[in-house]
Design a protein around this ligand. Structure first.
Ligand SMILES: CC(C)(COP(=O)(O)OP(=O)(O)OC[C@H]1O[C@@H](n2cnc3c(N)ncnc32)[C@H](O)[C@@H]1OP(=O)(O)O)[C@@H](O)C(=O)NCCC(=O)NCCS
Length: 190
């Protein structure tokens, strides 16, 4: 699927040391988006506690940076040894940047990462009235089978191939180069 992103947008994986910017992004979500992201109303304190673990364990978080600021994120969290080959995914895009292709691009990267790690089943908790997320998942119905009956959507990424592994390496190579340039320019400004 072709990525169409807002100007100045870059997608790359977040590093463990970037927990604070991830937290700030999630705390900036408007009330409705926060409700949809967590499947209900949650406090700032809950978000702080939850996100402390996000980058520390084996979760993979892709971020969408627009003009250097994190405006969207997609979390891929393996369910652990009890349920090998299964993971859950969750997306968040700040309101002013919604409906500009950010969610689609983040989901595409998450699916590629899931596929390359042998994830066979990906759970996405999605409220029944979250049309935007359901519409987004349907865009990937060529590679996903999605059931959004009430709350849980399940997707089954395809098996990894040398090409899918190469695609992830190439997109990360680009993300890393951009991140280094961004860091360099921030150091020069500071
Ligand atoms: C759900 C969410 C991740 C989608 O991200 P996004 O950046 O807005 O998504 P995109 O711009 O890629 O749009 C994806 C599709 O959604 C649909 N869509 C976009 N805006 C819409 C709207 N206002 N109403 C209904 N559907 C809409 C379109 O079909 C679009 O596909 P298109 O490219 O063919 O137009 C984002 O809205 C969000 O963070 N919401 C709050 C948190 C949340 O709901 N998370 C999901 C649960 S984990």
């Amino acid at each position: 699927m072709q990525e169409v992103l807002p100007e100045g947008a870059v997608i790359r994986k977040l590093w463990v040391g970037e927990a604070a910017i991830y937290r700030e992004h999630v705390l900036r979500l408007d009330a409705q988006s926060r409700h949809n992201r967590f499947g209900g109303g949650v406090s700032d304190a809950y978000i702080e506690t939850y996100l402390n673990f996000s980058l520390a364990d084996d979760a993979i978080v892709h971020g969408c940076f627009i003009d250097g600021a994190l405006r969207g994120a997609a979390e891929l969290r393996p369910l652990g040894s009890d349920r090998p080959n299964e993971a859950e995914a969750a997306l968040s895009v700040e309101k002013p940047w919604q409906s500009h292709g950010v969610g689609s691009a983040l989901l595409a990267r998450t699916l590629l990462a899931a596929r390359n790690r042998g994830i066979r089943r990906l759970h996405m908790a999605c409220l029944a009235d979250n049309e935007r997320m359901q519409q987004l998942a349907r865009k990937f119905d060529a590679e996903l089978s999605v059931e959004f009956g009430s709350v849980i959507g399940e997707v089954a990424p395809s098996r990894p191939t040398p090409l899918s592994l190469m695609r992830e390496l190439l997109t990360e190579g680009h993300g890393l180069a951009t991140a280094m340039l961004d860091l360099q320019s921030r150091m020069l400004r500071g």
